[in-house]
Design a protein around this ligand. Structure first.
Ligand code: UD1
Length: 442
């Protein structure tokens, strides 16, 4: 079957307002957390993206009922997740290999059943992406792990008990899995060097709405007072806005001059990105739930280091590399969170960018005009950035492997069209019609 591609004609235009969807990285974990509620949880502002479909399949495979559009107002961003009938604690390889975030059912399954059987994750090709910290944290709570034919078998002999754990690195996934198990552990759990991402706060808020006692989420030390599983109950929760989707569109504003306004996002989630927009010569305006980026002067080079939140997000690294490639001068971008996350550079080089990679540093010599070219998404952020590159490139850009983009961006093409871009989804070569010449009889 031919896969769709995105075709962009570089018209240099992006201006106006764009409505930001709910955060992918929050919604996925909120869905997993619903396992604890043992009833019908309502989650609002859930993006319509394929990763959410995979998480729905994961939950359905455990016995849950997941319905989109089920609310009285038929809002397609409302998901009802009924976990009353969840009776299985096994997540198969077919699903975990499609999406690494499936591993986030591990904590809630252990909390609900005292055991779990989850296939070892695969996931996107951005470094080794180990799960050792997830396991170490859960072991401290009394979980024992065994590997059985590619599956991780978790069990607890004497139930979960609170513990003090210091993570080696503020891993988002490890913090979340610990959090979702510790809420039912006996006594107090302290997670030190915890991840501080806004999505962690969103998850802790929903857990508290369901009956948990979590304090200080968003700081590096999270405290959890365990409560019995039977005290958990369903809730109605609204997902926070997606700071990475917002950042991606704002990069579009910085690239073209904009102004582009991202609505439905708390600007405090984007502090470091906003600082970098300003350093690069952009004007940034913000209100309670919007950010606007515009630019009238040439882009200036920048130095960026990706770090756990509140540092500069690795999920905006590719988009800012594109900006750097269009700046007047040489930028240095250092990737500290994931290994192998510079694959985007090779694709951007196909469009004429001058980028040298040395270990986890990249030197971007900006100012070369970009040329439209056939390119491939290497992951979802790189894919989104390649489409933006096409908007400022000369001629036509054809972006392949856009299923990566569909994993994390709701209606990316429609939203870009709304801002004035000349961008469409097409089947490859659909514009090229074969001409058959019939030779007249001699
Ligand atoms: C989440 C986000 C992802 C984002 C990342 C960092 C989701 C679905 N994905 O991924 O978009 O880029 O946070 O902000 O929310 N590590 C280990 N051992 C572990 C766990 C992690 O070595 O047990 C390493 C990883 O290989 C990586 C780094 O720690 O190099 C950060 O990973 P982590 O913060 O856990 O990211 P994810 O939760 O996988």
């Amino acid at each position: 079957m031919a896969h769709e591609i995105i075709v962009v004609h570089g018209n240099g235009k992006l201006a106006g307002d764009v409505r930001i969807s709910g955060a992918k990285n929050s919604a996925l974990k909120l869905m997993a957390a619903a396992i604890l509620a043992q009833g019908e949880v309502v989650i609002r502002n859930v993006p319509r993206i394929s990763d959410i479909d995979v998480m729905s399949e994961v939950l359905e495979c455990l016995g849950a009922r997941v319905v989109r559009n089920g609310s009285a107002d038929r809002d397609e961003h409302v998901l009802t997740v009924d976990t009353a009938e969840v009776g299985s604690f096994e997540t198969p390889y077919e699903l975990v290999s499609k999406m690494r975030a499936s591993i986030s059912v591990l904590g809630p399954l252990i909390a609900r059943f005292g055991r779990a059987r989850v296939a070892m994750p695969g996931g996107c090709q951005i470094g080794a992406r180990k799960i050792d910290m997830h396991l170490k944290g859960l072991e401290a709570l009394g979980v024992t792990f065994e590997i059985d034919h590619g599956y991780l078998e978790a069990s607890t002999e004497n139930g979960l008990r609170g513990a003090s754990v210091a993570l080696d690195f503020p891993s988002v996934g490890a913090t979340e899995n610990m959090l979702m198990a510790a809420v039912v552990a006996e006594g107090e759990t302290i997670i030190a060097n915890a991840a501080r991402e806004p999505e962690i706060v969103d998850l802790a808020n929903m857990l508290n709405e369901m009956g948990a006692h979590v304090r200080d989420a968003g700081s590096s030390i999270i405290r959890i007072e365990g409560v019995p599983l039977s005290t958990f109950h369903p809730c109605d929760h609204t997902t926070i806005g997606d700071r990475i989707e917002a950042g991606t569109f704002l990069v579009g504003g910085a690239l073209t001059g904009g102004p582009v306004t991202a609505r439905g996002i708390n600007p405090s989630y984007l502090r470091m990105a906003i600082a970098k927009f300003r350093e690069m010569g952009c004007a940034v305006d913000e209100g309670a739930d919007f950010v606007t980026v515009s630019r009238t002067e040439p882009l200036r080079p920048v130095e960026i280091q990706t770090l756990p939140h509140p540092g500069f997000p690795t999920d905006l690294q590719a988009q800012f590399m594109l900006l750097a490639a269009c700046a007047d001068g040489t930028s240095v971008i250092t990737e500290n969170v994931f290994e192998n996350r510079f694959m985007f550079a090779a694709e951007l080089a196909r469009m004429g960018a001058d980028i040298v990679i040395e270990d986890h540093h990249s030197l971007v010599r900006g100012g070369r005009p970009l040329q439209g070219a056939p390119v491939s998404s290497t992951d979802l952020r790189a894919g989104a950035a390649l489409v933006l590159a096409g908007i400022v490139a000369e001629g036509e850009t054809r972006v392949h492997k856009i299923d990566h983009i569909d994993r994390g961006y709701e209606d990316y093409v429609g939203k870009l069209q709304g801002l004035g871009a000349d961008v469409t989804r097409e089947l490859p070569y659909s514009g090229h019609r074969a001409t058959v010449r019939v030779k007249a009889d001699a």
